[in-house]
Ligand binder design. Structure first.
Ligand code: URP
Ligand code: ZN
Ligand code: ZN
Length: 469
């Protein structure tokens, strides 16, 4: 069965060109002007942008922490696909005492057969020993070439010594480690100080994890990476201070990849007082809990710095850190103490439209840069380039037909995310994923899933440590 997308503009990370796209057997067969294929079904996409399927390299579906996330792989990947994301990379976590193999089996049980977009897993280690080290080769055979470490959260964080050993080991296999950079000891101390002074409401959450807490961890992580002499990735970078430190290390020759998220670009810390993003003040001061994520939402000056870095091609990926806890019941666990609020918020569905609206439409970045940050760069960094990340012959036919002219308002009422709120409630946006093709199959139209459970596990290759322009 052949499909010909006719009359669209194909966007890549470098340019946009009018071109038809011929698809056969899940793959892109040819891209060019005036393709004729009499035996193909024709889909008229004139006037539309064609992006390679978006990749979200940072999701937490079916995460069990202080509560269980509202989204599992069934709902989370439907939400992803509805917004234009055709591949997610979630975190398979080997809790202390577990092997990587056990963690991987658990994540396959969660995801296999129920996912509506393609998916891979980063392996998250919470300790280190000889058995885990030996098992890394097996992980590579299972398609896992990226790993995640935490410098915060007592049940997840590794010591600096283990961080060093893990970086060296992952360096040997050509993989990459992405790290959550916050100083866990300082978070604990600052939190205890605030709570002991009766400062228990959500507006104190950002004060328990100020920019310096991220900056110190970024500096320490990059110092350890320099000693280990390997390229590294920082996940969900949120501050100007952290960014500037990363740039200093780069100037001295370090290979540092940086991920940020839409929430660190379009929200500022007034959300903790207002309880909304739109500036309207909520009647319940606890509504700030909807924005309790870590790292926290920062200052407007941090957002400006990150946008500027994006404009100058200094960041690598924009992912979501989707980790959706319901407001009712789950976030409520911390009504009397902000440190008991489960950390995380939904976002996988709305990343493309938020970046299009506040980035491309407002002239902060180009559509080609949007393509790089949401698709091409994560495909390269996470070992999928050749399969995903471009509309090119031989690549998977993951294609988002983007209507630039759509105008709509984000609301929990019209979202596919299973969460009982969205931090983007009431935000007016431009653009929509009019059609989403996953390996040539139409899976979503205008935000509604038309074919579910079509996702498959993606075996990933070695990381491509690309240079920046
Ligand atoms: O608050 C967040 N981001 N929760 C998810 C876990 C993490 O730190 O990435
Ligand atoms: Zn994190
Ligand atoms: Zn995360």
């Amino acid at each position: 069965m052949k499909l010909l997308l006719k009359g669209g503009t194909v966007v890549s990370s470098l340019r946009s060109e009018k071109a038809d796209v011929l698809i056969e057997n899940e793959k892109i067969v040819s891209v060019g002007e005036g393709i004729s294929a009499p035996d193909a079904e024709i889909c008229d996409v004139s006037g539309k942008l064609l992006f390679p399927g978006f990749i979200d390299a940072h999701t937490h579906f079916d995460l069990v922490g202080a509560a269980r996330t509202a989204d599992n792989f069934y709902t989370g990947t439907k939400a992803a696909a509805a917004g234009g994301t055709t591949c997610v990379i979630d975190f398979s976590t080997a809790d202390r005492g577990m092997t990587g193999r056990q963690a991987l089996e658990e994540w396959h049980r969660k995801a296999d057969g129920v996912s509506s977009c393609d998916y891979g897993f980063h392996m998250s280690y919470t300790e280190w020993n000889d058995d885990l080290s030996k098992e890394v080769d097996e992980m590579v055979k299972e398609g896992i070439t990226s790993f995640k470490l935490y410098m915060a959260y007592d049940n997840l964080r590794v010591s600096d010594a283990d961080l060093y050993k893990i970086l060296k080991r992952i360096g040997e296999i050509g993989g990459i480690v992405g790290t959550h950079c916050e100083n866990g000891d300082m978070v604990k101390e600052l939190t205890a100080d605030l709570i002991s002074h009766g400062k228990t409401t959500p507006e104190y959450h950002p004060l328990s994890r100020p920019a310096l807490v991220e900056a110190e961890a970024v500096f320490r992580y990059l110092t350890i990476a320099k000693l280990a002499d390997v390229p590294v990735n920082i996940v969900h970078l949120s501050t100007r201070l952290g960014y500037e430190i990363a740039e200093e290390f780069r100037k001295n020759g370090a290979k540092v990849y940086l991920e940020t998220c839409p929430q660190y670009l379009v929200m500022d810390d007034s959300v903790y007082k207002n309880g909304t993003l739109t500036g309207a003040k909520s009647s319940d001061e606890f509504e700030g809990a909807k924005f309790v994520i870590s790292p926290p939402i920062r200052k407007k000056s941090d957002c400006d710095c990150l946008w500027n870095a994006l404009k100058n091609n200094r960041l690598d990926c924009i992912s979501t850190d989707h980790c959706s806890f319901n407001y009712n019941k789950d976030k409520e666990l911390g009504r009397d103490n902000f440190s008991k609020i489960p950390n995380g918020a939904p976002g996988v569905e709305h990343r493309p439209v938020v970046i299009y609206t506040f980035g491309v439409k407002q002239g902060k970045i180009t559509k080609e840069q949007m393509c790089a940050y949401l698709s091409t760069n994560p495909a390269k960094l996470y070992g999928m380039y050749g399969q995903k990340g471009e509309i090119k012959p031989g690549f998977d036919a993951d294609i988002v037909v983007w209507d630039e002219n759509a105008e709509w308002t984000i609301s929990k009422e019209n979202q596919n995310q299973a969460c009982d709120y969205t931090p983007l409630e009431g935000v007016k946006v431009s653009g929509i994923a009019e059609k989403v093709f996953l390996r040539g199959t139409l899976v979503s139209e205008k935000g509604k899933i038309v074919k579910e459970n079509h996702g498959k596990y993606i075996f990933r290759d070695k990381c491509m440590f690309y240079e920046k322009d």
